[in-house]
Design a protein around this ligand. Structure first.
Ligand code: PRF
Length: 376
């Protein structure tokens, strides 16, 4: 993997760059649509590519390990082939989903024992087996196995957990050396900073992670319910320590405003279920604020979904029609809203990149943050 910084903003810490892997070049900052179980929910790969056009999407080790399971992915020749996606994929390690979804999880030094949220069956994730599963899934970027602490989190728990995440990191790295790539392209490994909302722990963790010398680094444990100001404070502390010549990935963030604020702090990569999940509940993100398309006020609004939108749905359908689809619970409504929201998120990061390169990112960001903080 190769990361090139094209521009570093003079007024903020924002960067514009490119990440190149065997599956192509990713322009950063980037938002990665979430394709948890090997599909970006409700979106054809063809629409994803032609209309939304992200350079990279995200998959989840936890879900893919449970279904279709690794032997099927191996027979398919990896997730790219299985789902017919020839651009980049990043897989999360399960170090978050196992805590948020599974039942009866027991966290020990060895790993996490948990029960599947699907059928209650017992499983164990260790740093070692999670690396093997990620080799088999075959994403271009694979993540360390970590513990994402909840918010709020007692200081002593956060500290013990952070040290365990660091020991798990060493085990991930040792094991990866023993397990070769499965397919004819390489994989890049990203470790994850933890430390809850404690500045000293975040500093310690960022130093440990930076020392691991990986090709890119991630920030975990944020956007778990803490106030946005605390998240930004932690991102700032960590970005000051993580090497500037390597990409930084802030996991599971967030709202359009969160994304712009964190880009300003030096983050290059984001993922979040918000544009896809909220779309399925009728929430649309636009440059002028959020819309709840189910509201009565849209019933006779025959204007396009989003005059400024970049995807075909924005101009081909009206708000009144989309509201109707939600009212009668038609699948198509969720699909249209998902394409709109992902198109908007990708537009937002591309605009951010353009303004970083042009040198007026701070001013543009301030205007956008104000504008997007509305309910329409
Ligand atoms: N760890 C991992 N994945 C994650 C997170 C984390 O802390 C988060 C936190 N917002 C989202 N996804 N492995």
């Amino acid at each position: 993997m190769d990361f090139k910084r094209i521009t570093t903003d003079k007024e903020t810490k924002a960067r514009a760059g490119t990440i190149t892997t065997d599956h192509g070049t990713i322009e950063t900052p980037i938002f990665m649509p979430v394709g948890t179980v090997g599909s970006v929910k409700g979106v054809h790969q063809r629409e994803l590519k032609n209309d939304i056009n992200p350079d990279i999407i995200l998959g989840n080790t936890y879900h893919l390990y449970l279904r279709p399971q690794t032997p099927i992915l191996e027979q398919a020749g990896g997730l790219h082939k299985f789902m017919n996606w020839d651009r980049n994929i990043l897989t999360d390690s399960g170090g978050y989903q196992v805590y948020s979804l599974s039942a009866n999880r027991k966290i020990k030094e060895e790993g996490v024992k948990f029960r599947s949220h699907i059928d209650g069956s017992y499983h164990v994730f260790t740093p070692e087996n999670v690396m093997e599963v990620q080799r088999t899934i075959g994403a271009d970027i694979i993540m360390a196995f970590d513990e994402c602490t909840p918010y709020p989190c007692d200081y002593n728990y956060a500290k013990r957990s952070m040290h365990m995440t660091h020991r798990w990191l060493d085990r991930c790295i040792n094991h990866l050396e023993k397990v070769p790539y499965k397919y004819n392209y390489s994989q890049t490994f990203f470790p994850i900073v933890q430390g809850s909302t404690y500045k000293d722990l975040r500093q310690q963790s960022a130093e440990y992670i930076a020392n691991a010398g990986a090709e890119g680094n991630a920030i975990g444990g944020l956007s778990v319910g803490e106030p946005a100001e605390e998240m930004y404070a932690m991102t700032e502390v960590v970005c000051d320590i993580l090497p500037e010549e390597k990409p930084r990935y802030l996991m599971g963030v967030g709202t359009p405003i969160n994304i712009l604020e964190n880009i300003a702090l030096g983050v290059d990569m984001f993922d979040c279920v918000m544009p896809t999940r909220n779309a399925r509940n009728g929430m649309l993100f636009t440059a002028h604020g959020t819309i709840n398309i189910k509201n009565l006020k849209w019933a006779d609004d025959f204007s396009p979904i989003d005059e400024m939108g970049i995807t075909f749905v924005d101009k081909e359908y009206t708000k009144a029609y989309l509201r109707h689809l939600f009212t009668v619970n038609e699948l198509l409504g969720k699909q249209i809203a998902t394409i709109h929201n992902l198109g908007f998120y990708l537009w937002l990061v591309r605009e951010a990149r353009k303004h970083i390169i042009e040198g007026d990112f701070r001013k543009w960001k301030e205007k956008m943050v104000k504008q997007m903080d509305n309910r329409l």
